[in-house]
Design a protein around this ligand. Structure first.
Ligand SMILES: C[S@@+](CC[C@H](N)C(=O)[O-])C[C@H]1O[C@@H](n2cnc3c(N)ncnc32)[C@H](O)[C@@H]1O
Length: 271
């Protein structure tokens, strides 16, 4: 994906925050435990969206600072988690002092970041040996009907995980990456399946006619595979990566200046 496509599609969530909140799944509990561990720590969540992972982190007693580049997604997050700390921020330019967090977590979003700019920022705000964890829910396309859904709407990109793993590994900023997978199923009725498709950024950026064609194909698929009141159970594989910051602590640094999304001179020090 070129930089411009990544920027446009990464920004497309602004227009689909409601349907995203209604339709996207959360993350399985064993995956959340594997990513950040059981002991409560200070977590920075990047690309937190409407808070699908945030809730699970808060429920485990972690202190979470949730950030996202989209105001509409963050507004949903604040409705879901009114007591959470949240603010607008791009992953490439974090308005936090160095060494501020025990863990940085990214769910379903790292592929929208510019890794060349974001990885040094993530390393900077982490304490030495702090955890950097990434997670994606990908539809399990080893199942034939799920593969047909993928063909109708454009497949989940399993190579997101591989590309991002390589970016982290080759950055020289983190220890060798560990990976783990978990399975779960999402119960969906017709509206749920249609919403899931509408909430995808590559569908959100389509023109009206093209989007209508995709949605008609998805309705036909639901008619074929949905089971009345039981709807359908969509299988997922949750892909998890985790590593630790290895670089020695740098001298105290100010975050980069002139963030277009930062509000004035925001500078948060959570130590
Ligand atoms: C697929 S959503 C994931 C949201 C949430 N983490 C979840 O698991 O449901 C991707 C999120 O990344 C955000 N995003 C895209 N580019 C970003 C960037 N450069 N910096 C921070 N957030 C970004 C989008 O606004 C969107 O909320």
């Amino acid at each position: 994906m070129d930089d411009e496509t990544r920027r446009l599609r990464g920004a497309a969530f602004e227009a689909v925050a409601d349907v995203y909140e209604r339709s996207r799944p959360t993350y399985p509990d064993p995956a959340v435990d594997w990513l950040v561990g059981a002991a409560p720590v200070r977590v920075l969540e990047l690309g937190a969206g409407t808070g699908k992972l945030t809730g699970s982190l808060l429920a485990r007693g972690h202190t979470v600072v949730a950030t996202d580049s989209s105001g509409a997604m963050l507004a949903q997050l604040r409705r879901n988690h009114p007591d959470s700390e949240s603010l607008p921020a791009r992953a490439e330019q974090l308005p936090f002092r160095s060494l501020s967090f025990d863990a940085v977590v990214v769910a379903q979003a790292f592929h929208w970041f510019d890794p060349v700019a974001a990885l040094p920022e993530i390393s900077r705000v982490l304490r030495p040996q702090g955890t950097f964890a990434l997670v994606w829910n990908l539809r399990d396309e080893s199942v034939p009907w799920v593969r047909r859904l993928g063909t109708a709407i454009g497949s989940d990109r399993a190579d997101w995980v591989e590309d991002d793993l390589e970016a982290v590994d080759t950055s020289g900023l983190f220890a060798p990456v560990e990976r783990q997978r978990f399975r779960f199923w999402q119960q969906l009725d017709r509206d749920g399946l249609l919403g899931l498709v509408e909430s995808r950024s590559h569908i959100a950026v389509l023109g009206g006619d093209e989007r209508a064609r995709v949605m008609t194909a998805v309705e036909a698929l639901y008619d074929e595979y949905g089971r009345g009141h039981d709807g359908m159970r969509l299988p997922y594989v949750t892909h998890c990566l985790r590593t630790r910051r290895t670089t020695p602590a740098p001298p105290e640094q100010e975050p980069p200046q002139e963030s277009p999304d930062a509000e004035g001179d925001l500078l948060f020090d959570f130590r």
